[in-house]
Design a protein around this ligand. Structure first.
Ligand code: KIV
Length: 308
């Protein structure tokens, strides 16, 4: 296990059964020593993945949020299977311990369970993912079932499903009102029964998230779903304060790295313009030590001063 600050930790790969067993919220309520809540963070490249993994995060999600975060799109709909696989390979190179989940892009699985198996298979073979996440409840239970039967672990995703942004009329809180809350619970139960090993709950009221968490035996992982979940997930750029403009209400900024980055870039511009950068300490040793120093030819043919 990792220590609280992520340092000096013995490395042990986080597996699907290990995640499946961490039903923290119910454990917390039933006894003082419930399982430790699951932490999940998005990452889209090698550098971020290494940092996230070093910190001891349990699950790294290559989310289709990369459409917005990396590509600057308005929503996740245009993201392709090839793009998810490309980012998955980069992330996998940076991760040693965390479990790596990939988002199934819009229309890579909705058409049929067969399409879902073909796309998820490519994600495991070409994208280096260890499990896939797909959005949707009852109508997608058969898809989840077929994936699980093929040996592909599945993370469910109910509540706000961003790939349905147009059908939902925007990125809005779901599960408000008795009927809508019951539907979210039915969706989560259907995905659990189909074999998902954990379920993301996005943008639902905390009391609804608590009811879902009680209703299913697999861990729930909340984003904008309050504290009564078995784990939490955030988008890395929100968490680090790298996103510009207002953050979603639920996205706590644990740092302000965007401001720090702008300050560093400004200082760089100033130093380049003033000639202060690069100084001798940021340059290689000069080729010519002095005009009078004796010289020798290297194997590659360049002439270098002989240092005594
Ligand atoms: O794409 C994504 O980043 C996600 C998280 C918000 C859960 O699906």
């Amino acid at each position: 296990m990792y220590t609280a600050n992520g340092a000096q930790a013995a490395l042990r790969k986080v597996t699907v059964p290990a995640i499946r067993s961490r039903k923290a919220w119910l454990g917390k309520r039933e006894s003082a020593d419930g399982a430790t809540p699951i932490s999940m963070v998005t990452a889209y490249d090698y550098t971020m993945a290494r940092l996230v993994d070093e910190a001891g995060v349990d699950m790294v999600l290559v989310g289709d949020s990369l459409g917005m975060v990396v590509q600057g799109l308005a929503n996740t709909i245009p993201v392709t299977l090839e793009e998810i696989c490309y980012h998955g390979r980069a992330v996998a190179r940076g991760v040693q311990r965390a479990h790596i989940v990939g988002d199934m892009p819009f229309l890579s699985y909705q058409v049929s369970p067969v399409q879902a198996v073909e796309s998820a298979g490519r994600m495991l073979k070409e994208g280096a993912f260890e499990s896939v996440k797909l959005e949707g409840g009852e109508p997608f239970a058969e898809h989840v079932h077929r994936l699980v039967r093929a040996g592909i672990p599945v993370v469910g995703h109910v509540g706000l499903t961003p790939q349905s942004v147009h059908a939902l009329g925007g990125f809005k809180v779901q599960g408000r009102g008795d009927d809508a809350a019951e539907q979210v619970i039915r969706d989560a139960r259907a995905i659990e029964a189909a074999g998902a090993f954990c379920i993301v709950l996005e943008a639902i009221p905390p009391d609804v998230a608590e009811r879902v968490t009680e209703a299913v035996s697999v861990p729930t992982i909340g984003i904008g779903a309050g504290a009564a979940c078995d784990g939490q997930v955030l988008v890395c750029t929100d968490l680090l304060g790298l996103s510009r403009g207002p953050s979603p209400k639920f996205a706590k900024r644990f740092a302000e790295l965007g401001d720090a980055a702008v300050a560093a870039f400004r200082e760089y511009v100033r130093d380049v313009q003033s000639g202060e950068f690069p100084s001798p300490e940021h340059a290689y040793k000069p080729n010519r030590v002095s005009d009078s120093a004796p010289r020798a030819e290297t194997a590659s043919g360049s002439v270098v001063p002989i240092r005594r």
